[in-house]
Design a protein around this ligand. Sequence first.
Ligand SMILES: Cc1ncc(C[n+]2csc(CCOP(=O)(O)OP(=O)(O)O)c2C)c(N)n1
Ligand SMILES: [Mg+2]
Length: 405
Amino acid sequence: MTVEGTAQRKNARGSSKRTTAKKATPAKKASSAKTGTAGRPEQAEQDQLVQLLTPEGKRVEHPDYSIDLSPEELRGLYRDMVLTRQFDAEATTLQRQGELGLWASLLGQEAAQIGSGRALRDDDYVFPTYREHGVAWCRGVDPTNLLGMFRGVNHGGWDPNSNNFHLYTIVIGSQTLHATGYAMGVQKDGSDSAVIAYFGDGASSQGDVAESFTFSAVYNAPVVFFCQNNQWAISEPTEKQTRVPLYQRARGFGFPGVRVDGNDVLACLAVTKAALERARTGQGPMLIEAFTYRMGAHTTSDDPTRYRADEERAAWEAKDPIQRLRVYLQSEGLVDEAFLASIEEESVALGKRVREAVRAMPDPDHMAIFENVYADGHALVDEERAQFAAYQASFADADASAEGN
Ligand SMILES: Cc1ncc(C[n+]2csc(CCOP(=O)(O)OP(=O)(O)O)c2C)c(N)n1
Ligand SMILES: [Mg+2]
């Protein structure tokens, strides 16, 4: 198991979807047609944003959320974000080289994921989407395990209970129900662990999410809903999902919601810690809307230039989560050139390790697809297995007779 991602852990424990069905929309037209809030929240809503580090790298205070981190912890957050971004870039490249079937990049969302991921205790439980590579990193899941799934050589990639990190979930929003049920179980066990469910702005429109909000509220379940509002659900902007800021949805279900600057790792850490603490102490669920931006494509099968304007991306580049922390650390004299160079070196080594590991992954036994479907087997699966085995054998027979001719 890993290594880089666990360095800060104190107690180790144990689509290829079409871009859009619509005709290609020139980016310019998409830009002028936009009337909603994607990337441009109303000022009043912006004022609600919890922020501890401005885009310019200035440390500010917030009346409800504060945080006091040691220089080492601050450097650790920087290291986590840089290495996660590097890993993500390597994965994108590996997909382009044909080594992975698909990749969903987290570019731009490093602060939301590392901030929230580092707020967790080892005994807390995480239910991710398919984009939570930074959270996986914080949980100590070996990055190469994530890639095995996207290469199609395993059925999930890791044991969820080894790191309290559930398998990636692609059925949009469904993991919020899993998290709620799990949290209700934690509550019945009398444990003070908390559960966190990650989901996106698009997922917020799913019935599963509404149901999990209802259940968690009435059962007072110890679950934190962490919504990364990255402004897009493939080609659909946030204004197509909601008429109110997403964090305000929680109120109607009877629990608090807060909007945090999702590109500010300190604010994400502080707000998530507070929400987890509420959950642990029997105060029930909370919704965090991390206001951020998906800098890349939805996945490697997507082409965002068909539906969004370059200027929007450029505006968010100025809010880069890594850059702002680096500026802050440098201005406070908390990092020097030697430290930055060592992180750079570590990034290169991580990239090399990941590339080599992916290329060396053996193809799975093609009959393995029938394993782990049912704990005790099933007649239908047995039948399908036999049919598939006969089908595979027919190639061997054909080869043999071709050789005989
Ligand atoms: C139930 C379901 N419906 C549709 C899809 C297809 N789909 C995959 S990703 C996605 C968009 C999700 O957007 P969002 O929740 O904002 O997450 P993001 O990809 O932006 O991180 C959709 C509709 C799916 N995987 N599952
Ligand atoms: Mg989204």
